[in-house]
Structure formats: structure tokens, C-alpha cells
Design a protein around this ligand. Sequence first.
Ligand SMILES: C[S@@+](CC[C@H](N)C(=O)[O-])C[C@H]1O[C@@H](n2cnc3c(N)ncnc32)[C@H](O)[C@@H]1O
Length: 242
Amino acid sequence: MAVPDYLAQTYTWAYLRPRAVRLLDREVVVNAILWGNYSRLVRAACAQFHPGEHVLQAASVYGSQPLQLADRLAPAGRLTVIDVSRLQVEHLRAKLATRANASVRLADATAPGPETYDGVCCFFLLHEMPDAYKSRTVNALLARLKPGGRAVFVDYAAPRWFHPLRGVMWLVNRWLEPYAASLWRNPIASFAERADQFHWTERRLFLGLYQVVVAHRSGPGRRAAAHLRYAGPSPERNSPAP
Ligand SMILES: C[S@@+](CC[C@H](N)C(=O)[O-])C[C@H]1O[C@@H](n2cnc3c(N)ncnc32)[C@H](O)[C@@H]1O
């Protein structure tokens, strides 16, 4: 399977070289990249899932996040992780070798396969994708939810105007993360074609720099409340960086 162009062109240095994986897959590194918020963000994502559930994770993540999520679902629940990079799949398989309830396979997040899940976890993936890919990914992941299931998207968002790191993050987006600025302007729900079929909640952390968005599919245990459904505008695709 070929990796998508955006990944090869923008993120080879981070994900597609064995040396990069060895260097970056450390708790201290990912925590520094997230300004000390890694544990808090992982906890916020894992808290949405329950022991016994089967959860799909849309891509590999550096640090302990995949281990923590597998442990959260154990003993009866299962974690399935997909990743589009063969190197990442092999690396994560080795990392999760001690977790009998976790498996990893090669797949693109826009085509995760036919199975349905109690939950989907998408941790800092969308900001690395062009907007068209964001839409395809959000729609493909939401389609894999069982009735009553939920998808959790943890990612960057627009920091408050007085955030001391706002300027730094703007520069980081400009130089290293060209697809992230779109998440400063567009709610994640706006990338979903059938957003009205889900109940959306959004929480901001660290003065707005991070968002935890949960999409609940109505069904047993959850009925979509019409007045809470997302009815906002479509994303301003390809608009210039702020
Ligand atoms: C989840 S994202 C970023 C996570 C975060 N920065 C971290 O700490 O690792 C990185 C992963 O996404 C994978 N990826 C990128 N595009 C993908 C796609 N379309 N489908 C599946 N995996 C993808 C990359 O191969 C990489 O392993």
C-alpha cells in the first residue's frame, strides 16, 4: 500500500524513517511536543471508552497512548489500530506485543474495512491531513460506529487570542504542519457529511489549543437530541492561514 502524498511530502521525517521512530517514540518527546499535556489528552480520550468495548484507532500514536487504551478496554474489550505506514504497523505491533487484546493492521483511515465498532479513537491525526482527506477520514470513521457508539477526535484547535503560545503555534503550522490551521477555523463536525445523525460535544483544553470532540451515534444508550445536533456551516476549505 502506498502512503498518501501528504504523508510522504510533509511527514517522512516524523513517521516513515526507522531512525525517526526510534527517536520520537518516547513519552518525554511527545509530552514536550504537546507542551506537557500528553497525559491529560490521553486520559480525556481513553475516558470515552469502557472495559469490554471494541475500539478502532485510526492511526498509530507515539508514547504510551495505544497501551493505555488497550488496558482501558481489557480484559474483555479489544483495540484494533490501523495505520497506513508499514513501518508504523510493525513498530506498533512490537510495542503492543504484551497486550493480548490489541491488534494492528495496515489500512488507510479513509478505508478502515467493513467491521463496526463500539468506539473510534482519532488522536492527532486530522491536523496532518489536507481538508479533503479530513472529510473522507471523518466520514469513513463515523460510518464504522455501531448504533450507540462514539467517535473521539482529539486534536489541535484555535488557541485563545491571549494564549502565550498562539504565535509560536501559528509559526509551527506555517513551517511544519500546513494542514493544521484549518482546525483553527473549522469545527470537526463540519467535515462530516451526515453530522445531523450524531450528537456532538466539544471540550477545549489548555486555553483552547486542544479540542476533544465526541460524536455519538444515536441508538441504544444514546438518542440524538435534535436541538444539539451540529447545524453549522461547512468548512472553509483551502482558505488562507490566519
Ligand atoms: C496519529 S498521527 C500523529 C500522532 C501524534 N503526533 C503522535 O504522537 O504520534 C501519526 C500517524 O498517522 C499515520 N497516518 C497518517 N495518515 C494516515 C492515514 N490516512 N491512514 C492511517 N494512518 C495514517 C502515520 O503513518 C503515523 O503513524
